[in-house]
Design a protein around this ligand. Structure first.
Ligand code: GLY
Length: 570
């Protein structure tokens, strides 16, 4: 479906009247009139992301001679402006790259616990977990990693950083029109933006936002200019660092100058594993996806899931039991491997996966030890995008503030939201985080440690060449959605659109329930209930983006229907 936002005429007039000599000519897109394209094809390159302006900017960078890595950097910076709910410079993420020369690269720019963070920092005197503090406001923020991650990516880029960041600066300075859903989201968070800020952020508009309004972010533009002019130091040192530390001091925050100066992105050893004739590349720890995805793919590999049929009760039951087993291991064993000895080799071996499936009983619901039931909330704002270029470079990026608009705290004078990623640690063994996930020692808070993530940016190779680039936001549902999307295409042979848009389901061990989207077939729900499962309908699951590279060279980019997500190509 193509949705056209025809807000340009009055807004361009208003913009011209307000901004005098400014023009949008330096921008490769018109931020006052844009279309949302859900599926595109091309032969030179494609980008699919949570926002049409960001996708278009990525393609424009490739047209100007950039490769997929240049496009990914520009797309991520643009998302930090046009998609404030999750696009970010105040958060972190993971990037998986497959270069045309055959090398695989994974870059970890996950947030870190500040140096004065400690294991029990979110417990009150009686030892009760105070999730309000780990989820909202200054104390919820980990040390941001995004800018360090982008500069690490620059090793593989072609164009100067100044060129890649300029579209984001222009979008922040000149403004862009809001979609209906972004206006609704900003309005829905107004009270929290007021509550968790010491300086009222630009996201609060008296009378509320409506579709077609222009959002200008001058403070953010100034921060981006400091990064343009001073590199990573423009964020981690100097004026931006001062603004962050001052913001911390005005409330209960603990991020210090040293925390910022010492932050480093890390290139990690990619997780690469075989599935039938495919090779799958994904992110290692602190992404739980690098453990859970191979586990789940290995558990399903020898099962006759294709025969069962897409979304048959048999197939859903099998996949649910696979998800249950993988997530039980997540809760017990997974955390930042720099701090905790995680039995990675064993957890990701096929032999172990098969062992785990020995007690699988078709037609009968399994059972989780329900020591603690969690609640899955609707707030799962992370964002994913994919890029592919004509030379065969593929990039898969998932980046996050954690919850929608992160901690809801904007750095006064710097114009960007801080993450609430500290909640992704296990703040107390057995206490569910905002996604209902529980954890243990492996994911306890420690200074400088990275909190466990579900983000699973993934690239699938066929005949050793990129075939699928995939990922999604969605908190703990991320890995199950990536798993289902791959199985949908590689086993059920669904079209890319169906693989992305057909209803998804999710089981994460605890709570012991299958969560399904509203469109999930009623008949299958009934059959699952008869097998003994608790089936619970919930809000939508993820916003999956896929680029598929077909054997004839046609690049197909598909954006999820669940949001404003859009694909662009040339
Ligand atoms: N904050 C969501 C994740 O990293 O999994």
């Amino acid at each position: 479906m193509k949705v056209l936002f025809l807000y340009s005429f009055p807004l361009v007039l208003l913009f011209t009247a307000c901004s005098g000599t400014r023009s949008t000519t330096s921008l490769p897109v018109n931020p006052y009139e844009y279309t949302i394209q859900k599926k595109v094809t091309g032969t030179n390159g494609a980008v699919v992301s949570a926002h049409p302006l960001a996708s278009e900017i990525g393609v424009a960078i490739m047209k100007q001679g950039g490769n997929a890595i240049d496009a990914a950097i520009a797309t991520q910076l643009a998302l930090a402006v046009v998609y404030p709910g999750a696009g970010n410079i105040g958060g972190g993420g993971f990037t998986v790259i497959r270069l045309a020369n055959g090398s695989n690269i994974t870059i970890d720019y996950r947030e870190k616990a500040p140096a004065t963070a400690h294991r029990d920092m979110y417990l009150d005197k009686s030892g009760n977990a105070q999730t309000e503090l780990s989820q909202n406001g200054h104390l919820a923020a980990g040390v941001p990693g995004t800018i360090a991650g982008l500069f690490d990516c620059m090793k593989y880029a072609r164009l100067p950083f100044k060129k890649l960041i300029q579209p984001a600066i222009d979008l922040a300075e000149k403004g862009f029109v809001l979609t209906a859903s972004e206006a609704k989201n900003l309005n829905g968070n107004k009270d929290e933006f007021i509550k968790y800020n010491t300086v009222t952020p630009v996201f609060v508009k008296p009378g509320g936002w409506k579709a077609g309004d222009t959002l200008v972010q001058q403070d953010l533009a100034n921060t981006l200019k400091r990064i343009r002019d001073n590199g990573a130091k423009g964020f981690y040192e100097g004026e931006t660092a001062r603004l962050i530390v001052e913001e911390m001091k005005r409330a209960n925050g603990i991020i210090s100058y040293d925390d910022l100066k010492n932050y480093e992105a890390k290139e990690r050893e990619p997780v690469v594993f075989g599935y039938k004739t495919y090779k799958i590349i994904t992110m290692p720890l602190p992404s739980s996806g690098g453990i859970l995805l191979p586990q789940m793919m290995y558990m399903i590999e020898d099962q006759p899931v294709k025969q069962y049929g897409f979304q048959s009760a048999q197939a859903v039951q099998l996949m649910t039991e696979i998800e249950r087993r993988a997530y039980a291991d997540r809760a017990k064993y997974l955390g930042d491997a720099d701090f905790y000895k995680v039995p990675v080799k064993k957890l990701t071996s096929k032999a172990y996966a098969l062992e785990r499936m020995k007690d699988y009983n078709a037609q009968t619901a399994g059972s989780s030890q329900t020591t603690q039931a969690g609640v899955i909330t609707e707030s799962e704002e992370t964002t994913h995008f994919n890029v592919y270029d004509k030379n065969g470079n593929a990039v898969s990026v998932t980046t996050t503030l954690n919850g929608s608009y992160g901690s809801k705290t904007v750095v006064g004078g710097a114009g960007f939201l801080l993450n609430n990623e500290m909640d992704d640690f296990s703040i107390k063994p057995g206490v569910p985080n905002m996604y209902g996930a529980i954890g243990a020692d492996a994911n306890a808070i420690a200074p400088g440690k990275r909190m466990l993530s579900s983000m699973t940016p993934t690239i699938v190779l066929k005949d050793n060449k990129p075939f699928l680039i995939a990922g999604t936001p969605g908190g703990t549902t991320i890995t199950t959605s990536v798993f289902q999307t791959l199985v949908n295409i590689m086993e059920f042979e669904l079209s890319t659109e169906d693989a992305v848009n057909k209803p998804k389901f999710h089981h994460q061990w605890l709570p012991d329930e299958i969560f399904v989207e509203a469109e999930f077939p009623q008949a299958v729900r009934q059959q699952l209930k008869q097998m003994g499962y608790k089936v619970t309908q919930r809000s939508s699951i993820g916003r999956t983006e896929v680029i598929r590279i077909n054997a004839n060279g046609v690049i197909e980019a598909v954006a999820d229907n669940r949001g404003d997500d859009a694909a662009a190509s040339y």
